[in-house]
Structure formats: structure tokens, C-alpha cells
Design a protein around this ligand. Structure first.
Ligand code: ADP
Length: 639
């Protein structure tokens, strides 16, 4: 509950006094409420005319404020820090009245103690008159109702509150009832009857009373039967009435504001909070918005009630950082900002980002209003971006290294091949037949190495985005026929039969002529390489789905294990062939796939171990017939 206002403190103390007829507890109540409001201890002293201490409540220290003098007694209020009397204006008259009442009671008690000498009451007003004086200006009046003659006493202030003069209204309950809203009459009566029947110690209810200006005012009535007839019938009732119209309106406005804030707090993704840190006593979360529990994976009550429940979820090193930041913020009153981790009860680690604005409440107490949001996804994304940047830098370095190494290898290799060829054809000093055979082996091995280096260079060029293609309509069937022709001699050596199925002759694809031939050569050479003597390789071209043309290369070779199917398109992955006898570097299919992708197509494979494989290349169809030049420019044979 928020601390009471000074006017509320005054009113509560007076009502308390009215109920009990004892000023001392009422003064104590006022002091306690004041201490809560000011956030520090408060005391009250009463001095007599000679400056002698008559009594003291609470600690006498710090900063005194004089309480208005009444009669013989002088009061002094002690506050935790200096305040002007004008700041305490709503409270001081009430304190003075109560103080005086207390002095009067003490004087009576002393007089009694000095008996039999007749008591000399101090020259002060009667308690009732004092009370009336104290209540004036607090929108409250005290009344008395004598049921024997239906006489309402002391209602002048009430009439004044509602804008009437004494002459305008009679002094009976019935007269007063004429001011009450018809809808509230029954409830009024019921509250009194229940009290009269002994069901309630005090009767209390609110109702609407008509002001002379026609407005309805809300009144809060509290009353007590103070005297009964011997047969139990009520005889005298006393009570108070307070005009609570403004208070109700203020409550309505406050409640609307709270509802609006709650609505906003419900919509924001993080948690709004109010946190207090008192030197020497630690921190308390005074308020957390609805999203708090979800944020920390806790039930709402735990977030509200026990700051430690959250604190325990935060790693110690983060706690230390947060606390140090709080201390700095409390000292400098600069905003508090902190990122920290939370290990939620469900085991998940989350990243939080918090921000709060401090307000100094007293020398020891600082309060922050802030917002905590879960930034785990953002942190992860940042991390992923950093990782990706690192990986891409590493990949660039690798590509650069491969590219430079291939170039460096190619130069001496070309020299080896060139000199081998020169020796082979040297007329002046021709090599012997045995040397010719060995030179042929050197040349074949060198050429194989050169083609592998070529593939490697292609791969690095594609990866670095340096491969430029010339995309134009190309007759796919025609290109397949030419490649098949180029592979014919190799196939014969391997005792593999190759054929191109009829159909699809008119189909054109959007492709780079040279790179398409490279793709077909790769697939055909694999189909022959991984085949068996007596096996076949079949090529077919046909229109595919969604504006694509498909070329399939089907072989009757050894097939590919299911677990290898995905891997074989990655560089240097050779599947079960890495332990096999067929030569290769595992680059061909990676280059093939990358080239087809550059031409906006896809490569797919399906295979069965021991029965063969089928590779399917899909490329975008090109409109119109293939230009004749495209067919003429293609090489007829590579051997
Ligand atoms: P390489 O042939 O140099 O090993 P590739 O990238 O061309 O490299 O092929 C990768 C792997 O895929 C081969 O090592 C082989 O295991 C498998 N493979 C490719 N084509 C076929 C095929 N037609 N039949 C069986 N296995 C194949």
C-alpha cells in the first residue's frame, strides 16, 4: 500500500480517537504513519508552560518542528530531516488537538490521584469542542443521535459540508434521510440494524447525499451505539461522517491509470519493475509487471515476494557486476544498465538486458524504475553473425590458398609434361621403346594431375564468385551426343557400352556451353569409371517439370551406399571409393553441382548398391530453336 497522505494520517488519527476516546494511541498511530511516509523515525514531545517535559513518544532526535500551542501545552514534532511547518499544515492542527486532549486527560488523572482535593481541570476547551475544531477543514464531522427524542446533535458542520444552513433542515433522522439518495436508504438502515443487533462493533457504510447545489456527494458514515436502555434498545449513537467524493474520484482516476499501466505492462515483451536498495539492508523488488514470471520461468508470487528467488538464478559473477552497477547508480544517480544471464528453473540459459532510472528516497534508500527484456535471440543472432564472419574469413583464406597452390603446381607440371613430350618426339636422340612406354606413363599421370588441378581451380573460382558464365540457349540433346562421342574411346577401354536415347532433340536449355559440356563429361566419366566390364551407360533428354529440361545419366555400375548419397557432392568426399581402387580426388561432383547451380539448375542422384546409379540434371528451358552456331561451335571429340 502506498504511504498515506498527511490529510489521511490526520483523519485516521481523529477517527481512531473518536472510536476509543483516548488520544495517546491515536497520536502513536499518526506518528507511525508519518514515519512510514517520510521513511525515517518520528517523535513527539509535550512540554508544559515552563518548558518541562510532560511526556515523549518515539525518538527525540534530529529536526524539531513546533506543533501549534493550545492552552498550556507546547508540542514538538521530531522528524528524520528538516521540514517547514507549512509543509505539515494538513497534520499539525490535528496533532495539536490530540496533544491537548491528552494533556486534559492527564490533568484529570493527576487531579484524581491528588484526591480528596477537588480536581482543578486545566483551562482548556471541552474535548468535544476540540474535536470539532480539529475536524474542521478535513471534510469530516462528528454527530450524535438521541433515539429517545430522535434528535441529531452536532450536525451543523455536516449541513455546512452539504451547503445547507441550520434553518433549512430539521434535526431529526428523518430530516437527514431526506438528503439521502433513495437507492441508498435501505442499505443505510440495514447497516444500523445489524449493529443494533450486535452483529458489528461499529457500523460503517457509504451513501449519496444531495448537496444544496443538486450534486450527489458520497459520504462515509461510521457510528457506534454508546448507550442502551435496560431492555437493550439503543438510546444514544455517536459517529462521524466524511465526504469521500473527491477521494472516490481520485481512486477512480488512480485505478484507471493503474489499469492503463497494467495493460501497457502486459503488452510490452519484457518486465517493468520497481526496485529499492537500502544501505545495510539489501534490495527489494517492490513491483514487477505480469510478464515477470514468464521471463524468469517462475510463478508470479515468487517474483513479487522474494527477490532472492530471481537473484539465485543469476550466476555469481553477473551478480557482482549488477550490484557494483547499482552502487554506482545510487551514488551518481546515473541510469543503471546491465546485461546478465539467467539460469531458469527449467534448465534453460537466457540473456537479459536491464535498464533503470534511479530516484533517491532518503540518504539510505534509492529506488529504481526499470525494464528487463529477454535478449537471448538477439545475443544468439549476434554470435551466429560473428561465427559466420569468422567461418567465411576462414573459408576465404582456404579458397585463396587452394587457388594459389593450384597455380603454383600447374607451372612446374606443365614443364614436366612439355619436356616429356619433347623427349617423346626427339628425332636427334629418340628414346628406346622401353623408355617410350615409361614416358607415356609419366605423361598420363601428369595429365591426370593437371585435370585434377583444373577441377580444384574451378572449385575455388566458383566459391570465390570468380567464375563468369555465358548463358545462352543450348541444345541439350546435341551437347549430350557430342560428350558421349568424346567419351567413346574411354568407354570402349572399360568395356562399357554407351548410348543416347532418342527424344528431346528439339529441347533447348539456358546454359553456358563450355560448362555444360564439363558437367556432362564429369557425369559420363564417373558412369564409366564406376561401372563394370560389360555394363552400360544410358543418356536421355526429356522435358521436365515447371519449365525445366532433364538429362539423365544411368549406369549399371556398383552404385552408391545410401549414407554416401548426400556426401558425394561435398569436395574431397569419395564415399566408399576412398578405400577403393578407382582413381579420383572427390572434386568432380562438387564442381558439377556448383556449375549447374550457377546455371539455375539442380543435380539429383538415386542409386542402388550393386545395381547402378542415375544422375539427373535439370536446367531451365530456353524458348525457340537452338541457333545453328551453337551446334557448330561444339567440339566433336576430345580424343
Ligand atoms: P571422384 O570420382 O574423383 O572420386 P566425384 O566427385 O566425381 O569424385 O565423385 C565422388 C564420389 O561419388 C566418387 O568417389 C564415388 O564414390 C561416387 N560416385 C560418383 N559417381 C558415381 C557413379 N556413377 N557410380 C558410383 N559411384 C559414383
Amino acid at each position: 500500500m502506498p504511504p498515506a497522505s498527511l490529510a489521511e494520517i490526520a483523519r485516521d488519527a481523529l477517527l481512531h480517537h473518536l472510536d476509543r476516546g483516548d488520544a495517546r494511541p491515536a497520536l502513536n498511530l499518526a506518528l507511525m504513519a508519518l514515519a512510514q511516509r517520510l521513511g525515517g523515525p518520528c517523535g513527539l514531545q509535550a512540554l508544559d508552560a515552563d518548558g518541562q517535559l510532560r511526556w515523549q513518544e518515539g525518538p527525540a532526535a534530529a529536526h524539531p518542528v513546533p506543533v501549534a500551542e493550545l492552552g498550556q501545552l507546547r508540542g514538538q514534532l521530531w522528524l528524520p530531516w528538516p521540514m517547514a511547518a507549512s509543509e505539515l499544515a494538513p497534520l499539525l492542527p490535528t496533532l495539536a488537538a490530540l496533544l491537548h486532549h491528552e494533556a486534559h486527560a492527564q490533568a484529570e488523572a493527576q487531579a484524581l490521584a491528588r484526591a480528596p482535593a477537588p480536581a482543578q481541570p486545566p483551562p482548556v476547551d471541552t474535548p468535544a469542542a476540540l474535536l470539532r475544531a480539529a475536524l474542521a477543514g478535513t471534510d469530516t464531522f462528528a454527530w450524535e443521535w438521541n433515539l429517545d427524542n430522535d434528535w441529531l446533535g452536532d450536525i451543523d458542520e455536516g449541513l455546512r459540508l452539504l451547503g445547507y444552513t441550520r434553518q433549512e433542515l430539521g434535526h431529526t433522522q428523518e430530516d437527514w434521510n431526506r438528503l439521502i439518495h433513495p437507492d441508498d436508504l435501505a442499505a443505510n438502515d440495514e447497516a444500523f440494524q445489524r449493529h443494533a443487533a450486535g452483529e458489528t462493533e461499529i457500523y460503517e457504510h457509504s451513501y449519496r447525499a444531495r448537496h444544496r447545489n443538486g450534486q450527489w456527494r458520497w459520504m462515509l458514515e461510521r457510528g457506534r451505539i454508546v448507550e442502551r436502555h435496560p431492555d437493550g434498545r439503543p438510546r444514544r449513537v455517536v459517529g462521524t461522517q466524511v465526504d469521500i467524493t473527491e477521494r472516490l474520484e481520485a481512486e477512480r482516476v488512480a485505478s484507471e491509470a493503474v489499469q492503463r499501466l497494467q495493460q501497457i505492462a502486459r503488452q510490452v515483451p519484457g518486465m517493468l519493475y520497481m526496485f529499492e536498495l537500502e544501505r545495510g539492508r539489501g534490495g527489494v523488488l517492490r513491483y514487477t509487471s505480469e510478464r515477470g514470471p514468464a521471463l524468469f520461468g517462475l510463478p508470479q508470487v515468487q517474483v513479487q515476494a522474494d527477490m532472492n528467488t530471481i537473484w539465485r538464478l543469476i550466476p555469481r559473477e553477473d551478480q557482482r557486476r549488477m550490484y557494483a552497477a547499482f552502487e554506482t547508480s545510487a551514488r551518481t544517480l546515473a541510469d543503471w544498465t546491465c546485461d546478465f544471464r539467467v539460469h531458469r528453473p527449467d534448465g534453460e540459459w537466457r540473456h537479459m538486458s536491464a535498464h533503470a532510472t534511479p530516484e533517491r528516497m532518503s540518504a539510505r534508500l534509492t529506488r529504481w524504475y526499470g525494464y528487463i527484456e529477454d535478449v537471448t535471440e538477439r545475443v544468439q543472432l549476434d554470435q551466429a553473425r560473428r561465427d559466420a564472419a569468422l567461418a567465411s574469413a576462414a573459408n576465404r583464406a582456404k579458397t585463396e590458398f587452394l587457388s594459389r597452390m593450384s597455380h603454383e603446381l600447374r607451372t612446374p607440371l606443365n614443364a614436366v609434361l612439355g619436356f616429356t613430350q619433347l623427349i617423346q618426339i626427339d628425332q636427334a636422340d629418340p628414346p628406346s621403346e622401353g623408355q617410350q612406354r615409361r614416358l607415356k606413363l609419366v605423361r598420363e599421370a601428369g595429365e591426370h594431375l593437371l585435370s585434377m588441378i583444373g577441377d580444384l581451380l574451378d572449385l575455388t573460382r566458383i566459391e570465390s564468385g570468380g567464375m563468369a558464365l555465358v548463358i545462352e540457349p543450348v541444345g541439350l540433346h546435341e551437347a549430350a551426343a557430342q560428350t558421349l562421342e568424346m567419351m567413346q574411346s574411354t568407354a570402349r577401354l572399360a568395356q562399357v557400352t554407351m548410348r543416347l536415347q532418342e527424344g528431346g532433340e528439339a529441347l533447348l536449355v539456358q546454359a553456358d556451353r563450355t560448362r555444360l559440356r564439363q558437367v556432362l563429361l564429369n557425369l559420363l566419366s564417373n558412369a564409366v569409371k564406376y561401372n563394370r566390364p560389360g555394363g552400360t551407360v544410358t543418356l536421355a533428354v526429356r522435358a521436365g517439370r515447371a519449365g525445366q529440361v532433364q538429362l539423365t545419366v544411368t549406369d549399371t555400375g556398383q552404385g552408391i551406399a545410401e549414407t554416401d548419397l548426400r556426401k558425394i557432392f561435398e569436395p574431397f568426399q569419395r564415399g566408399r571409393q576412398s578405400a577403393g581402387t578407382v582413381e579420383g580426388a572427390g572434386i568432380g561432383l562438387s564442381v558439377t553441382q556448383a556449375l549447374v547451380a550457377l546455371m539455375q539448375g539442380q543435380v539429383a542422384v538415386d542409386s542402388e548398391l550393386g545395381r547402378g546409379s542415375r544422375f539427373t540434371v535439370s536446367l531451365p528451358v530456353a524458348g525457340g530453336p537452338a541457333p545453328p552456331s551453337a551446334l557448330q561451335s561444339a567440339p566433336q571429340s576430345a580424343t
